[in-house]
Design a protein around this ligand. Structure first.
Ligand code: COA
Length: 264
């Protein structure tokens, strides 16, 4: 049924594995379609009590949006893409059942945004987090400008997005971006143990905790339909697609060379 993700349901825990290891599990349109379908399953399948999102292979959770798809997009298409990503990630964030990211390796750009949309994150010792979009003449477009700020605070969020620097698992723990670090081998087991514990609690109470905590963290306007910060992000993401620097940044990545930005 899915072509870019693997799913597995065991003891109420639904594991969704992004499965493009040769592209470090980059999020292309097909992944979005499959991920959306899998999240809909979390909402509707009564046998699913909680979910894990992880990446195939031992190198990467998700290394971002698929940059190779960006070259053909104009501003309007980029805004549509941003809103689609925001919509699916918001569905994850507002799921009435717990969804936890098990981050095995790179969680960059859209990968970091996907992990941040989950209710919390467990990572392996080799995990690396970052929002390196500025290297491409771009900004995060799937909620990253909002959720990174909510999770680690304004100053560090600014620095990480402006410098494109990656942080390791220890730094991510210090910044409260992740709740636990474990070995790569134990990552799914540790995540499963926590979800098993949660599954012994009252499901309706759990869903109310998710609702209330989301309300506390998101500003009034950022919650429900008046998502001003997210609207702004989608518009700004689209604006980047009208710049020469974005064409240069994405071409440079595909051609495996350093980008030369001109401020145009
Ligand atoms: N989009 C499309 N393809 C990607 C990708 C992405 N975000 N990230 C990695 N890939 C592809 C590479 O192009 C390469 O494909 P190829 O083998 O066909 O050439 C493959 O995945 C392996 O990646 P590679 O760059 O060779 O691995 P590495 O170990 O040298 O570097 C990273 C790993 C994560 C540092 C590097 O891949 C990277 O910087 N990726 C982009 C991160 C990013 O900017 N994300 C935000 C996107 S908005």
């Amino acid at each position: 049924m899915y072509t870019t993700i693997l799913t597995d349901l065991k003891d109420g825990i639904f594991t969704i594995t992004i499965n493009r290891p040769d592209k470090l599990n980059a999020l292309n349109n097909a992944v979005f379609t499959d991920l959306d379908g899998a999240i809909n399953e979390v909402y509707t399948n009564v046998a699913i009590k909680s979910a894990i999102i992880t990446g195939a292979g031992n190198k990467s959770f998700v290394a971002g949006a698929d940059i190779s798809e960006f070259s053909s997009y104009n501003k309007e298409e980029a805004i549509t893409l941003s809103k689609r990503g925001q919509f699916i990630f918001s569905k994850i964030e507002n799921s009435p059942k717990p969804i936890v990211a098990a981050v095995n390796g790179f969680a960059l750009g859209g990968g970091c945004e996907l992990a941040m949309a989950c209710h919390f994150r467990i990572c392996s010792e080799n995990a690396k987090f970052g929002q390196p979009e500025v290297n491409l003449g771009l900004i995060p477009g799937y909620g990253g400008t909002q959720r990174l700020t909510q999770l680690i605070g304004k100053s560090k969020s600014m620095e990480l997005q402006m410098t494109a620097q990656l942080i390791n698992a220890e730094e991510a723990l210090q910044l409260k971006l992740v709740n636990h670090i474990t070995t790569a081998e134990n990552l799914i087991m540790k995540t499963t143990e926590i979800l098993q514990l949660i599954q012994t609690k009252a499901p309706i109470a759990i869903s109310k905790i998710i609702e209330c905590v989301n309300t506390a963290v998101l500003s009034d306007s950022a919650y429900t339909n008046g998502k001003s910060g997210y609207e702004k992000e989608a518009e700004a993401f689209g604006d980047c697609f009208n710049t020469q620097d974005m064409k240069e940044g994405t071409s440079a990545f595909m051609e495996k060379r350093t980008a030369k930005f001109k401020g145009l």
